[in-house]
Design a binder for this molecule. Structure first.
Ligand SMILES: Cc1cc2nc3c(=O)[nH]c(=O)nc-3n(C[C@H](O)[C@H](O)[C@H](O)COP(=O)(O)OP(=O)(O)OC[C@H]3O[C@@H](n4cnc5c(N)ncnc54)[C@H](O)[C@@H]3O)c2cc1C
Length: 426
């Protein structure tokens, strides 16, 4: 009676921790030989932070993340459009965190190994497919030497990211992830934090956009913090571009010239870009929503289920929420296909909407509206867009993405304290 998890990323490890919490045996199979702290900054919205706190990870999160205080939008000339408070400053019962993805990943791994031992995650095994055989889900695996084996469990969850092999078997004709024409350059730079010291900012518009926020507290001696940044340019969607890879190193000359003008008294964008140790390039892709995530005893979660453009600060968070919803479904329905259907029925409609909304109307859409109306220059923002329109847009996106303030605060816990698997089904 085991839940097999293909992929030990953010979602897969959050699911493993959840299984351990509710007393469900699990086993994670991860393709890389060793889990390493990869990536740059990400954000965790209060709805996902709440789930990590319910997993007993509050102190660890505080140790690695910055409690995001506010989120501001500026034109390409550095003019202020809108700032809204975030996390507890906005009235949520839980904070928002900005955090290094790699540190979050290692935090989940360490917590899992401390609680459940190191046998729960097996590295070096790539999922290649699955079969449903009677009351078992069978996971097909291959290692770097080409050796193959199978593992049997009561259920299998594909948490194997945007290139999921489990999804590929379910949707064999789908092809590569969909590229809409945007390229992201991502980096981290040690620099003095700007504005409140825990501010997230978006500058420009969708063809020339810069996003930045600190992901560490300032060093008391130097005053420098690790500042995460993302520079975004758009190209025609049929332009040739490299296949996406989170770890491809980039060349500054490909994008820095377009951002040279963004030197403001509160933020020096070119200096931040030049100061980075490493810069990664990533064509922004997503996946078309699937009509179904579950086949028999096999389902999908996280990016394998609903990879979206990373514009709404909720990619990692929604993988964490999936993990908790699966945990709840297991508690309610046992290790049965019904549990997978209950989870899918709740999460697929929500995440489908997020994927589609992020293509056209993410939180940053306001930047485009302002650029269109005034070319990024104004004397008074009220002459360009009303405060009500600004507030409404932010609230609408949060509601679609499932992290509206009231809805988050009023929701009962996904897994009440002490919830355990009681239905002993095969
Ligand atoms: C190396 C890396 C760096 C990233 N950096 C960033 C970043 O800087 N910013 C950002 O916003 N997002 C980043 N992401 C994506 C982000 O982590 C996810 O969008 C989000 O956390 C959803 O989590 P997930 O668990 O669904 O997917 P992921 O976190 O992508 O995890 C998927 C896991 O499955 C493993 N895997 C893949 N294929 C197989 C297979 N066939 N069999 C077994 N295991 C498999 C992968 O090695 C990975 O550990 C990165 C992802 C990766 C893998």
């Amino acid at each position: 009676m085991t839940v097999l998890i293909a992929g030990g990323g953010i979602g897969g490890l959050a699911l493993a921790l959840t299984c351990h919490q509710v007393g469900v045996p699990f086993k994670v199979f991860e393709s890389v030989a060793r889990i390493r702290p990869l990536g740059v900054g990400i954000n965790l919205q209060p709805s996902a932070v709440r789930e990590l706190i319910d997993l007993g990870l509050q102190d660890r999160l505080d140790g690695i993340g910055v409690r995001t205080r506010d989120y501001g939008m500026y034109t390409r000339f550095g003019l202020h459009i809108w700032t809204e408070p975030r996390g507890t400053w906005a009235g949520y019962h839980w904070p928002q965190y900005s955090v290094h993805r790699g540190q979050l990943h290692m935090m989940l791994l360490e917590a899992l190994q401390e609680r459940a031992g190191s046998d729960g995650v097996e590295c070096g095994w790539t999922a290649t497919g699955f079969s449903n055989e009677g009351d078992e889900a069978v996971l097909h695996l291959r290692d770097a030497q080409g050796r193959t084996r199978t593992e049997r469990g009561s259920l299998l969850i594909g948490a194997d990211g945007i290139h999921s092999a489990i999804r590929k078997q379910m949707a064999p004709d789908e092809g590569e992830p969909v590229w809409g024409g945007a390229v992201l350059w991502r980096g981290t730079t040690m620099a003095k934090p700007f504005l409140t010291g825990a501010s997230m900012v978006m500058v420009g518009y969708s063809g020339l956009r810069f996003v930045s926020y600190p992901i560490s507290r300032p060093d008391p001696k130097t005053g420098l913090a690790m500042i995460n940044w993302i520079a975004n340019l758009n190209y025609p969607p049929d332009a040739p571009w490299n296949k996406e890879d989170w770890n491809r190193e980039a060349r500054l000359e490909d994008f820095l010239p377009q951002f040279e003008g963004m030197t403001f008294d509160w933020l020096d964008v070119p200096a931040l870009i030049r100061g980075a140790d490493q810069v990664f390039e990533y064509p922004m892709v997503d996946r078309n929503p699937l009509a179904q995530w579950t086949q028999g005893r096999v389902s999908l979660m996280g990016d394998a289920a609903h990879a979206a453009y990373p514009v709404g600060s909720n990619g990692a968070g929604s993988a964490i929420i999936d993990a908790r919803k699966i945990g709840r479904a297991l508690v309610d329905h046992g290790l049965t296909p019904q549990a997978l259907h209950a989870y899918e029925a709740e999460m697929r409609p929500i995440t489908t909407k997020v994927v589609l909304t992020n293509r056209v109307a993410g939180p940053d859409q306001i930047l485009d509206v302002v650029e269109e109306r005034c070319g990024g220059r104004f004397d008074r923002i009220e002459d360009v867009i009303s405060q009500q329109e600004l507030a409404d847009h932010g609230a609408k996106y949060k509601a679609i993405a499932g992290y509206g303030i009231a809805a988050t605060n009023e929701a009962p816990p996904t897994l009440p304290a002490g919830a355990r698997l009681t239905t002993r089904t095969p």
